[in-house]
Design a protein around this ligand. Structure first.
Ligand code: G16
Ligand code: MG
Length: 216
């Protein structure tokens, strides 16, 4: 039986992917190349430094920077990104999310965040959800990035729940793979063509009822 739900943050609770995209695009343009929305799909759920490596590969600039220079580039992107997210408001919570969290609470299901982002707490504070979760596991607490299951197993451990009793909501393939590797159920949030192997797929949380947590 499902006893806990673990939510990815970017792309599931809020659409911060557009701010990541804006900041990475700005960096790419500054380095002299284009970065499209399609390119951005490859960065979803991926850590900051791995995202930079992918970006440099897209711009044919792999191997042109020292580790120290790469750290500076990632820091610059993060400063721009933080400029955008510190202006976020509560109305940026994706449709249906708050109602669904409330439904879980009423039914005694625990809830957690499992995010790769080091900015997760800033975002949760901005949108007023920081006090809603039984556990928050973010990029500051983990050593292994998705598709490694660490972010989700740590969230289940913090809630004292068995992995098989947890469901993960994810918008990235790396995150779905991580959930399955943890032995959890995975519900993809997004388009079927981008997301494979999940137990279920939804386009969002609007009008979702408790039935969603029933698996055969
Ligand atoms: C998110 C995003 C990724 C981002 C990563 C690291 O993860 O999906 O695109 O690169 O966090 O973010 P930051 O640079 O803020 O530490 P998630 O797991 O919430 O989707
Ligand atoms: Mg995500």
């Amino acid at each position: 039986m499902i006893r806990a739900c673990i939510f990815d943050l970017d792309g599931v609770i809020v659409d911060t992917a557009k701010y990541h995209y804006k900041a990475w695009k700005r960096l790419a343009n500054e380095l002299g190349f284009e970065f499209t929305e399609e390119d951005n799909e490859r960065l979803k759920g991926v850590s900051r430094m791995t995202s930079l490596e992918i970006l440099l590969e897209i711009g044919n600039k792999k191997g042109e920077y020292t580790e120290d220079e790469k750290l500076k580039l990632a820091t610059k992107k993060n400063e721009w990104y933080r400029e955008y997210i510190t202006k976020m408001e509560k109305d940026e919570i994706l449709p249906g999310v708050e109602g669904f969290l409330e439904l879980l609470r009423q039914n005694g299901v625990k809830i957690a965040i499992g995010s790769a982002s080091k900015n997760a707490k800033t975002i949760l504070e901005r949108i007023g959800l920081i006090d809603k979760f039984d556990a928050i596991v973010d990029g500051t607490k983990i050593t292994k990035a998705k598709p490694d299951p660490q972010v989700f197993t740590k969230a289940a451990d913090e809630m004292n729940e068995k992995y098989e009793d947890c469901v993960v909501f994810e918008d990235s393939q790396a995150g779905i793979d991580a959930a399955l590797a943890a032995g959890m159920k995975a519900i993809a949030v997004g388009k079927p063509e981008n997301l494979k192997n999940a137990h279920k797929i939804i386009s969002g949380f609007k009008n979702k009822d408790f039935e969603l947590l029933m698996f055969d």
